[in-house]
Design a protein around this ligand. Structure first.
Ligand code: GLU
Length: 474
């Protein structure tokens, strides 16, 4: 049997990291088993759902690379099918019409609470029975599922183990409202059945729905899928992860400069493990993924680890690939890279120093744009009178370099040190501030090589002018 999983978000907002992890696990499980992955949009809550949210969810999935084999299906387009199945259950007396008004149900509930009984719908309650007996065909009614009264529902959750819930804990669920619309738990079952879902992987917040849904599968004569309920994701303070902990939307992570590989790798480890391995290529995740290695306990979100992984992927991914993702940030920061060195070379040099693509985009401006001023702190410290002679000697040597290579630039610096009998620090830092505008950069010879000769010459002259002016004003 082909394994088939699904991700079934309700489009009430962006794709958040908890949803993304559920989607990733479902996707990985399908891939691991050479199965299929379905995207289903659970959009029956017309007041809370929006097209923007549907688009945002799909954008997040696409950015993470979680492509689906089928769908997106939309529950709102399947009402006829759900109603057809409600009618089948009605015809088989596995569901029934209930005419009890909301006021009556409230009254019965208050009575149960006063008597310290479990508040629940009870078809045999004398008042409810009387209301149903008195009703005429055509009166407004809901359809309720006739939940079994005896026995219990048992299922083997792939993460949490065996779970058993007594039917006496469950009341007769409404499956069609007075307005004719089918309800959530019923739609999910019909969908998972029709879509031939074999494994339902979802958040623990749905675990109470599962026994109810299993009874409905059985009533419909549908095969019951295997279930796996993932524990929650917590913030660093132990509370359920929410906006107040910072970014929760997947696309915010794109905006903050993460690579999708880093977020996927982070999310797969957030609640799943394979020995003590931390870094997983996509192929490895697919190969090693299994449901029973998912943790039962909640996991806490750790931004430092995510940053560490992001740095790893910026450092080790193909520069062309990093460049593709970096482009969005360059556009955001209005940095045009046409006039300067190949971006892949700049990434190779600067990438490993950056935890995010935002940092990377910020740190490479000097390769592409001239600056009007030096960074005040760096200039104050390094563009002083003592740097004048080393920079003058360096300028002469730089102008004389014929073959503009990192080796020759390295030699140039060594020659300045030898000629003036000074240490590397006396020329290295002034030169760095001169050519990059600031005090931090990778190795200055490599940086100069990429910046190019004409720009380096002009910038060293600018630094010398700065020193001259400073001395004049002293
Ligand atoms: N639509 C539900 C949600 O977004 C998921 C239901 C399910 O996976 O069965 O939480």
């Amino acid at each position: 049997m082909t394994v088939k999983t699904r991700f079934a978000p309700s489009p009430t907002g962006y794709l958040h990291v908890g949803g993304a992890r559920t989607a990733l696990y479902s996707w990985l499980y399908a891939k691991h088993n050479k199965g299929e992955f379905v995207l289903r949009i659970e959009d029956t809550d017309l007041e809370r759902n929006s097209q923007e949210a549907v688009d945002a969810i799909m954008e997040g999935m696409e950015w993470l690379g979680l492509e689906w084999n089928e769908g997106p299906y939309f529950q709102t387009q399947r009402f006829d099918r759900y109603n057809e199945m409600v009618d089948v259950l009605l015809a088989q007396d596995k569901a029934y019409k209930c005419y009890a008004s909301k006021e009556l149900l409230d009254e019965v509930r208050a009575e149960q609470e006063a008597n310290k009984e479990m508040a629940r719908y009870d078809a045999n309650h004398p008042k409810i029975k009387a209301a149903n007996d008195a009703a005429k065909d055509g009166d407004p009614c809901v359809i309720r599922f006739r939940n079994p009264k005896e026995g219990s529902v048992v299922f083997d959750d792939q993460i949490r183990g065996r779970i058993e819930i007594s039917n006496s804990q469950m009341d007769d669920l409404i499956i069609r409202r007075t307005d004719g619309s089918p309800t959530y738990n019923f739609c999910v079952v019909v969908d998972d059945w029709d879509m031939e879902i074999t494994h339902v992987i979802r958040g623990e917040d749905h675990i109470n729905n599962t026994p109810r849904q299993i009874n409905i599968y059985e009533a419909l004569g549908a095969p019951v899928p295997t279930f796996a309920h993932c524990a929650m994701i917590l913030g660093d303070d132990g509370a359920k992860l929410s906006k107040r902990h910072g970014a929760v939307s997947v696309m915010q992570y794109r905006d903050m400069g993460y690579l999708p590989e880093a977020l996927n790798n982070y999310l797969v480890r957030l609640g799943w493990s394979h020995g003590d391995q931390e870094i997983f290529s996509q192929e490895e995740m697919i190969e090693f993924f299994s449901l029973n290695a998912i943790s039962k306990s909640a996991s806490a979100f750790n931004t430092d680890k995510l940053l560490w992984l992001n740095n790893h992927y910026i450092k080790t991914s193909e520069p062309e690939y990093v460049a593709k993702h970096l482009q969005w940030h360059l556009d955001q920061q209005a940095l045009n890279i046409e006039n300067g060195p190949a971006i892949t070379e700049v990434i190779k040099l600067v990438g490993e120093r950056c935890n995010t693509l935002v940092e990377l985009a910020e740190q490479i401006r000097y390769f592409y744009e001239d600056f009007a001023e030096f960074e005040a702190g760096a200039a104050k410290k390094h563009l002083r009178g003592v740097a004048k002679e080393p920079l003058e000697v360096a300028l002469a040597k730089v102008e004389a370099i014929e073959e503009w290579t990192t080796e020759n630039l390295h030699q140039m610096i060594a020659d300045v040190c030898a000629d003036l009998e000074i240490g590397m620090g006396k020329i290295g830092m002034p030169l760095r501030v001169a050519v990059t505008g600031g005090g931090q950069s990778p190795s200055v010879d490599a940086v100069m090589q990429l910046i190019g000769k004409a720009r380096c010459v002009a910038r060293i002259k600018m630094a010398l002018a700065f020193i001259a002016e400073r001395e004049a004003n002293a």
